[in-house]
Design a protein around this ligand. Structure first.
Ligand code: SF4
Length: 338
């Protein structure tokens, strides 16, 4: 792991047991995350995108050790330069890292205790970690509110007195309170109106530049992810199927699933006509994925035997462009506007 990287995830697995019967015997596993590898550079935004249930949120939660991984490594470079494998740490040793690695949650309303004031909500991590109290705490809360575009005069108010976008700003201020280095933003704008989404995305982008943050940005909507991400990883049924610099992935996707996601992104130029690809069938269950390429039952290019029998591995097809598709070198897929 070179100094350039803050996070390196290798072959991460998160399998949840399926228990049935009176004795609750384990009869199978839901392979929510099944061999995911990626690395994130300092001050980079890596977007993790895929349909609901593809395992992207589980990746984020496992990186923070909110779940104990079934397998794999999560190498994190701390502020002091030490390289630690979060997957192997005892929980008591993970706690101090939670100052550096923080999460922004999807639903700003349910993630904020409605009975606490904004001052309490933003100040709580500072109190718990014994960073500030009393007047110093109040000043830090005021500064954080200003940073995220909220009026500090409203710090004694409750979450329900704010709009959805403002509540997400409160959530972001709470996340920033301990000056984190790595933020895992889990669908941070999905619960917001489209008009507010852009404001919150712009806020995250400017905070990232100003504070030198690194973000793992998780969302189901590629058009949201592409706005903020330097690189994008596409997940499907617990695996990364394509990963590339954002522009490269949007202009020239190499995986048929990524092509379908890209076809749903509205082009910046309204005169450019796009042909949306509607995927037939349902996402397979991670408890019982199909053999071969897990995407083959929905793939319109799956005419090759290997698609049904051999699982493709994630390969670097072009510099920095990784794809898991047997036909990646043969297919000519449509990118944005094309
Ligand atoms: Fe489609 Fe075959 Fe590529 Fe899978 S390996 S995405 S089924 S073409």
């Amino acid at each position: 792991m070179s100094d350039e990287y803050i996070l390196e995830v290798n072959n991460l697995k998160q399998h949840f047991p399926i228990r049935t019967g009176f004795l609750q015997r384990v009869t199978g596993h839901i392979k929510a995350v099944d061999g995911v590898s990626f690395a994130v550079r300092r001050n980079e935004v890596l977007g993790l995108v895929g349909e609901s249930g593809c395992g992207k949120t589980t990746v984020g939660r496992t990186v923070l050790r909110l779940y104990d991984p079934t397998g794999g490594d999560i190498w994190y470079r701390t502020a002091s330069g030490e390289r630690v494998n979060v997957a192997q740490l005892k929980l008591k040793d993970v706690k101090p890292l939670r100052r550096e690695m923080r999460m922004i949650f999807q639903d700003p309303f349910s993630s904020l205790n409605p009975r606490r004031t904004v001052k309490d909500l933003i100040g709580e991590p500072l109190l718990i970690q014994k960073v500030a109290k009393g007047k110093a705490l109040e000043e830090r809360v005021a500064a954080l509110m200003t940073e995220v575009g909220l009026d500090p005069n409203y710090m004694e108010r409750y979450p329900h007195e704010f709009s959805g976008g403002q509540r997400q700003r409160i959530g972001i201020a709470r996340t920033l309170s301990l000056s984190p280095r790595l933020i895992i933003a889990d669908e941070p704008v999905s619960a917001l109106d489209v008009s507010v989404q852009a404001q919150v995305l712009n806020l995250l982008q400017s905070l990232k530049d100003e504070l030198g943050l690194t973000l793992l940005f998780i969302a189901h909507d590629l058009s949201v992810v592409e706005h903020i991400s330097d690189r994008i990883a596409v997940m499907y049924v617990g695996k990364i199927v394509e990963m590339a610099p954002s522009e490269q992935l949007l202009r020239r996707p190499l995986h048929p699933y990524a092509e379908a996601l890209v076809s749903a992104v509205p082009p910046a130029d309204p005169d450019v006509k796009t042909q949306r690809i509607i995927l037939e069938g349902d996402v397979p269950s991670p408890a019982n994925p199909p053999p071969g390429c897990v995407f083959h039952p929905r793939c319109r290019y799956a005419n090759h035997d290997s698609c049904r029998t051999q699982e493709p591995v994630l390969e670097e097809i072009e510099p920095g462009h990784f794809v898991a598709c047997h036909l990646a070198r043969q297919l000519s897929l449509a990118g944005i506007g094309g």
